[in-house]
Design a protein. Structure first.
Length: 214
């Protein structure tokens, strides 16, 4: 029974990510198809091609992306955002989500040069990986410690939150890792895959198996 329970747990862990991904994709396809039917039925009647909903959703996203890239439409979008930026509770949620989404936008990447860094205080034997979200303290209210300091966001495992620390620039060391890869690794608490966990860590000699004494 113990071996069967182990097989069941391993199978569940192997199928669960696939099942959740397929479920979300199916829900997206069904929703887009239903939306396309409700919008296009008065125009095309009974004529309908499966997959038209996905094409309509992709075209809508492209259209919105094109419109918000123009200055006139960007001003119109500011008017559309007014209810979301003025309601007491909604504005906090909307502002947080918009700021987080803007952090990964291509325009912001080109202008701020996002960095994934290792944060290691002087003399410490521990280190954490974070994202530099602010390269200076200009524009912040008074009260922060003076000096060349940066803001480093430390995401917590499984995306349950995170902390932002303002530290001296000398405490951080940039590493060759993309923001997406760092966030994905933080999501799973930097766990290694079974293939990598079996490998010998760099700089450590491979274990030798000593035969038992007769």
């Amino acid at each position: 029974m113990k071996r069967l329970s182990q097989y069941f747990l391993r199978g569940l862990l192997a199928l669960l990510p696939i099942g959740i991904t397929l479920y979300l994709l199916t829900a997206l396809v069904v929703w887009s198809e239903q939306l396309a039917l409700s919008l296009l039925r008065p125009v095309i009647g009974d004529f309908y091609v499966p997959g038209l909903g996905l094409l309509l959703a992709a075209a809508l996203v492209l259209l919105v992306g094109f419109l918000v890239s123009t200055q006139a439409t960007a001003r119109l979008l500011d008017w559309v955002e007014l209810p979301f930026t003025n309601l007491p509770v909604v504005k906090s949620i909307y502002a947080s989500l918009k700021t987080f989404a803007d952090y990964f936008s291509p325009q912001r990447r080109e202008s701020t040069a996002q960095q994934v860094v290792i944060l290691r205080p002087p003399g410490a034997e521990w280190e954490v990986v974070g994202l530099v979200t602010r390269h200076h303290l200009q524009g912040l209210p008074s009260g922060f410690l003076p000096g060349d300091r940066v803001a480093v966001y430390l995401p917590m495992g499984y995306m349950i939150g995170g902390y932002t620390l303002f530290v001296p620039r000398s405490w951080i060391t940039p590493i060759e890792m993309s923001v997406e890869e760092a966030m994905r690794s933080a999501l799973i608490a930097w766990m290694t895959s079974p293939a990598r966990s079996d490998a010998t860590p760099p700089g450590r000699p491979a274990p030798t198996h000593t035969p038992p004494a007769p």
